[in-house]
Structure formats: C-alpha cells, structure tokens
Design a protein around this ligand. Structure first.
Ligand code: PEP
Ligand code: MG
Length: 574
C-alpha cells in the first residue's frame, strides 16, 4: 500500500516503523479540587520548571550548532513569557478551572484564533502554542508526554501529529525517516526535520494503516510511504534504495571537485542560507561562499526586532565561518509570504504586489539603518557584500544608497569600527529592473537574478497560487530573454551577475542558464553536489548554438524539449 503525502525533505529509507503514542487526553472543563492559591502555585511551579528545561535545551543545542532547535527553544520561551497568555491562565484558574484545564483551555483559545486566520504560517504558530500548553499540562499532572527519547534502534517514526518538542526529545540519529499524518510544509516540525536532514513526508492522512514494527519504505522526494508490502513490493523498494545509495555515493565524489563544464568552463558556485548556523555544519561540498543570505529570517517568529548588536553578531559569525569567501547579505525582504510580527504590518489583499522589502524600508529608516550599520560593522570580519531586494526603480536604489552612506557616516562619527567600501548589489526580480538595468548598474557592483519573483512578476501570477501555477515557468522564453538580457548588459558594464532563485539548483534550469552565459550560481546547500555533477556533463562550447533556439522557442515546453534533445541522456538521470 502506498500513502501519498507532501515532500518536506528528500532521501530514501527502508526501516521498521515506530508508531508514536498519542498525547494523554485532558478534560478542558475540569473543575479544581483545591483552593485557588494552591492551583496558582502549581501553575507557577510548572512554568518555572518548563522555563528551566527550555533554557537548558537551548544552551545544549546552541553549543552543538543545532540552530533550528535552539531557535525553537527561543520561540517557546517567548510564548511562555507572554503576559497575555499568563493572565488568561490565571483568570481561568481563578474562575475555578483545574490548573491543567486552565492552561489547556487558554492555549486552545489562542490556537483557535490563529487557525481561524487560515494561513499556513499562523497554523504553524498554533501548533507551537498547542505543544507548549500540552507540555505545561503534563508537567502539572505528572503525566508522560509522547516521547521519542527512548528510541534505541533505527526506525521511521509514524505520527498522526508530531510536536516540535517531541522531535527534539529524540536521539535523532535513530530517526531514519518521519511520516506525519497531519502537518504542513511550513510547520515548525517540518522546518526542524529539514534542518536535521531527516527524509520527511507530511500530510499523508491515514497513518493508522501502518502497523508497529513493520518494514516501511519512505521516499522523501516523491512524498510516499510504502507499507504492508508484499515480497515483490519489498524487493522493488530495495532496488530503488540501492539506486538511491549509488547515486548519493557518486555525488559525494564531486565534493571537492571544481565547478566546471566538460569542456573546462569554470563557474562560481554559491550557497543560499537563512541562518549563519548553516555554515557551522560539516560541508559535503566545497563552494565559493554565500550568494544569498536571506537576512529576514532573523526577523521572523519573534515579537521584537533584532537589535543592531544581535544582527552584527549573526553577520560577523557568518563572515568568520566563511574564512574570506564572500557573504552576500540581502537586506530584509519582509512581506509577500514572510511576515514579521514585530513590524505589525497590516494584512494586504495582494501581499506579493504590495508593501514588501525595500518598499517598507523607504518608510522605516530605523529598520534599514540598524541593519546597514550591523552589516558595515561585521564587514571588518570578511568579504561582506550588501544586496537590496525588490528594486523596481532607480529612485528606490538611490534612497537605499543614501541610507548606506548615512550608516557609514554615523559609524565614523561614533568612532565605531566598520568598513564602508563593501560591494553593493541588487536583486533583479522585477521586470522594470531589467529594463532600467544600465542606469542601475552605473550605481552598483553586482546583480543577482531572483528568478522566483522574476517569473511571478513577468506573468503577473502569484507564485503561491496553485490555480495559476501553469504560468510559474522559469523555462518560458519570456523569462529566458529577461535573464539573457540581464547577463549580457551586466557583462557589457563589466559588473558581476549571478542567479539565486530555485532555477539555479534545478536540473533543466542550470543547463539553460549556463547556455545563456551565466557563470555564477547560488542555491541551497543540498543542491550543490548535484550541480557540480550536472555541470561536468555539459559541453558549453557545443551547446552555445542552442542559445538562439531557446530564446525563440514558442513556450516553456518547447524550450525544455530543445534541451532534452541536445543534452546527454545521463544528464536527466543524475
Ligand atoms: C527570488 O525571488 O528568486 C529569490 C531568490 O528571493 P525569494 O525567493 O526569497 O523571494
Ligand atoms: Mg525574491
């Protein structure tokens, strides 16, 4: 039997299943059988002991460089310290509810409020509140929570619902795969699993079909789980697993090779990161540095903005970890699908067309100046570059450049150590920037093409809207022409051009970009090895003749077909 879900983290695994027990059931209306003062004291004690657990875990995770886990401890601590949540619980206890019921019913009110917003991000926050209130309630009642800390053998964990704290209780080296019946790609537990590189599938519904201890086969890339397998099905899965392992072994041999085509054309290979901690993990692939640090991730999931000092620490840590290789920091790109509660931005009808990135910074000098000061200060520790996202006009760029000058002059006046001569660039992700590129380039050192947004703005099609996903095609000649124009004009001006959207790490996208003349690619670190292997199969001299046909194809399908006819068959199996 095959259960189909949504892929969160790729990788294949064949292992025995471990069914996670469900959390204890609580009566949310249970009345207290003790004086209110005693109930409040027991709540206080539970809060104090959970706070101590969170602090200890955070320190442990931070010391081990496990940044996602450490961040999650911060999120739960902020919720624990939220005075509104605490007042709600106190009021419920004073109204006569038993302590655990007071905590859970208050948590439920907040969860329901967040779930009613019908937004993936808010649903994930509801899950965090549920996790925390359950944790407090179990502490009060002295009950065990669903727990993975006892795992001693390798397994695929199967859970109807998995809370972040439960995953963190495990020795993750034993978790060879994760299958969660409910849950979304953007929930915290999904982000954690991805960060831990555990093959994971979510949202595959009826996981109660899986039996405890049976052999299951998880394909994290396809988003499938095979269970109740016949001997033939098991043999087929073993074959698939062997093929996956061989492919992985081959890829690992590319780790230290240079990023060059079969005919010796060298290109730059850079990483996209969201957190400096990613640079502390052992790398399986050499690379040229960071082409995109999505700095807005420092601003999400928190109630207050990160201070200049906190940002400085994060940027300096990343610069030092890179040992002189470039670190391209993109200034905050909040808005669209990324919400920073600390900015309290109003909800918009068309968030991707609205108030986003530099458009917010134009009104919020405090925000951008704090960030630019932190970047210039950290630049003494390495080759830091600054990049402005969503630039649509020359005037917007001029405002950002003025802020950069102002930040530098403030630091000079305050006698604070910094570097003012860092390289400056923009994201090219709005068609107007391609049209005005000559004037923009006169003011900057480099551009990086944001193909994810360039596609959505070229076709006026929301990148998250399934109904218009047929327009979300980076291989369409309309997009290829914009990219080609950007690469050519940048080269004519003697400036640098890279691409940091998903297209760079895509098999077909990589070949098309190399044919269009791009020589700098930035992608998530999980894609680097494959990119090296793919590039080594391309004969770029011979493929040059494909440039014009690609630019003049009728549509994306024709452009892809042209590539498929011209590239070696093994390219599509690698
Ligand atoms: C892009 O738009 O291609 C890009 C890299 O930025 P983001 O996906 O963060 O918008
Ligand atoms: Mg973008």
């Amino acid at each position: 039997m095959i259960l189909q879900g949504v892929s969160v983290c790729p990788g294949c695994t064949l292992s025995r299943s471990y069914l996670l027990a469900e959390p204890p059931a609580f009566d949310l209306a249970k009345k207290a059988d003790e004086p209110v003062a005693d109930a409040l004291r027991r709540i206080d004690e539970a809060f104090a002991s959970i706070a101590a657990e969170l602090t200890a875990s955070k320190e442990e995770y931070a010391a081990a460089g496990a940044c996602e886990q450490a961040d999650l401890m911060d999120v739960q601590m902020a919720m624990l310290e939220d005075s509104f949540f605490r007042d709600q619980i106190t009021a419920a206890a004073e109204a006569g509810l038993a302590p655990s019921a007071a905590v859970l019913s208050s948590g439920k009110e907040q969860e329901d409020m967040l779930l009613a917003l019908n937004d993936d991000y808010m649903s994930a926050r509801a899950e965090d509140i549920h996790d925390l209130s359950l944790r407090i309630a179990c502490q009060i009642e002295g009950l065990a929570r669903p727990d993975l800390s006892g795992l001693t053998e390798d397994c695929v964990v199967i859970a109807k619902q998995l809370l972040p704290s439960t995953l963190m209780s495990a020795k993750v080296e034993h978790i060879k795969g994760l299958v969660i019946g409910n849950g979304t790609k953007t929930s915290h537990v999904s982000i954690l699993a991805s960060g831990l590189q555990i093959p994971t599938v979510v949202g595959c519904g009826n996981v109660s079909m899986v039996k405890e201890g049976e052999t299951v086969y998880l394909d994290g890339e396809k988003g499938t789980l095979c269970c109740a397998m016949s001997a033939e099905e098991l043999a087929a899965c073993e074959k698939e697993l062997n093929a996956f392992r061989k492919q992985r072994e081959t890829l690992l041999t590319y780790g230290t090779r240079s990023f060059e085509s079969r005919d010796g054309v060298k290109s730059g290979l850079y990483m996209n990161i969201t957190d400096p901690c990613e640079l502390l993990r052992p790398a399986d692939c050499t690379n040229d540095g960071v082409g995109l640090f999505r700095s807005e991730f420092l601003f999400l999931d928190r109630k207050t903005l990160p201070s200049e000092e906190e940002q400085y620490e994060a940027y300096a840590q990343a610069a030092k970890a890179l040992g002189g290789r470039p670190l391209t920091i993109r200034t905050i790109d909040i808005g669209g699908d990324k919400n920073a509660p600390a900015l309290a931005l109003p909800q918009e009808e068309n968030p991707f067309m609205g108030y986003r990135a530099v458009r917010i910074c134009m009104d919020r000098s405090d925000l951008i100046l704090t960030q630019l000061r932190a970047i210039l200060r950290a630049a003494v520790h390495g080759d830091i570059r600054v990049m402005f996202p969503m630039i649509a006009t020359v005037s917007e760029l001029d405002v950002m450049l003025d802020y950069l000058k102002l930040a530098a002059s403030q630091l000079t006046k305050e006698n604070i150590s910094h570097r003012a001569d860092i390289k400056v660039g923009i994201m090219v992700e709005i068609p107007s920037a391609v049209i005005m590129l000559d004037q923009l380039l006169a003011r900057i050192d480099f551009v990086s093409i944001g193909s994810n947004d360039l596609v959505q703005y070229t076709f006026a099609a929301d990148r998250l809207n399934e109904k218009v996903s047929y327009l979300n095609k980076f291989m369409h000649p309309a997009v290829l022409r914009l990219i080609h124009q950007t690469v050519s004009v940048t080269r004519e001006h003697g400036k640098e051009c890279s691409l940091c959207g998903e297209m760079a790490g895509d098999r077909v996208g990589l070949a098309a970009l190399a044919i269009l003349g791009l020589r700098k690619f930035s992608m998530s670190s999980s894609k680097l090895l494959r990119a090296k292997r793919l590039m080594s199969m391309l004969d770029l001299g011979a493929l040059r003749s494909l440039q014009e046909p690609l630019l003049h194809a009728r549509d994306a399908e024709e452009a892809v077909a042209l590539l498929k006819q011209s590239l070696p068959g093994e390219y599509f199996g690698a």
